[in-house]
Design a protein around this ligand. Structure first.
Ligand code: SAM
Length: 222
């Protein structure tokens, strides 16, 4: 097992603490290593891949990806939580960070160049809830943790935005996206709908965590 990057500097009153969903991501990315190395073996024409972690939180996933999966890539994190943005940069730095990593404070996929992302990693706020995090009240209170968990109807409000924009975000030549779902997000229905739009969808693994079943789907456009 590859070691998990240290996040001992993180303040978990302000930033999502790496949890079972995060660790499922790390474990399955490790299993994806042969697939990803094959996919990005020839950098002579298209250059280094751009890896984006949406909602990077503590930055542990993107740092793990840099340290163990594709060290020569370029890396970007995004988060709406300003504390998460600072923490992710620090996580990269204290774990043999790369110069080629930056974090953008933005809402979901706003401000990304079309068709620029080669690898997308997303552990979304997936818990079904009546509401989403409120930007105005988080600005007032400084508490952004609701954004880490609350996913609105079916827990899919944020993930659906990303799925709808996937075609626009991912690079045409070699884009591959990894998105985490819980069972209540109806991942089988998501797979069917995305296949109907021309995506190849593969469940790369799942894990039972207490009452929840978490899975990660891989999306590729052939
Ligand atoms: C479940 S946490 C995952 C954090 C980290 N990637 C991990 O795996 O530990 C979801 C992250 O998405 C961020 N997030 C939620 N809504 C967002 C939005 N609208 N735009 C950008 N980031 C958002 C949260 O602040 C949080 O850091």
């Amino acid at each position: 097992m590859f070691p998990t990057p240290s996040t001992s500097h993180a303040d978990y009153d302000k930033v999502y603490e790496p949890s079972e969903d995060t660790f499922l991501f790390l474990d399955l990315l490790q299993e994806e290593l042969p697939f990803l190395q094959r996919r990005f073996s020839d950098l002579s024409i298209l250059g280094s891949p751009l890896v984006l972690e949406l909602g990077s939180g503590s930055g542990v996933v993107v740092t793990f990806f840099h340290n163990h999966i594709l060290p020569d890539a370029l890396f970007l994190g995004t988060d709406i939580n300003p504390e998460a943005c600072k923490t992710a940069l620090e996580t990269s730095k204290v774990n043999n960070g790369t110069r080629y990593f930056d974090v953008l404070r933005t809402n979901i996929c706003d401000s990304l160049r079309p068709n620029s992302i080669d690898v997308l990693l997303f552990n979304p706020p997936y818990v079904p809830a009546d509401t989403l995090g409120s930007y105005e009240s988080s600005v007032k209170s400084g508490d952004w943790l609701d954004f880490a968990l609350l996913g609105g109807e079916d827990g899919m409000r944020i993930t659906n935005v990303v799925l709808d924009q996937l075609d626009n975000i991912m690079s045409r030549e070699r884009g591959v996206a990894y998105i985490l779902f819980c069972f209540r997000n109806k991942p089988d229905e998501v797979s069917q709908a995305m296949r109907a739009k021309g995506w190849t969808v593969t469940k790369i693994g799942e894990r039972k965590v207490r009452w929840e079943i978490l899975s990660i789907l891989r999306f590729e456009k052939e």
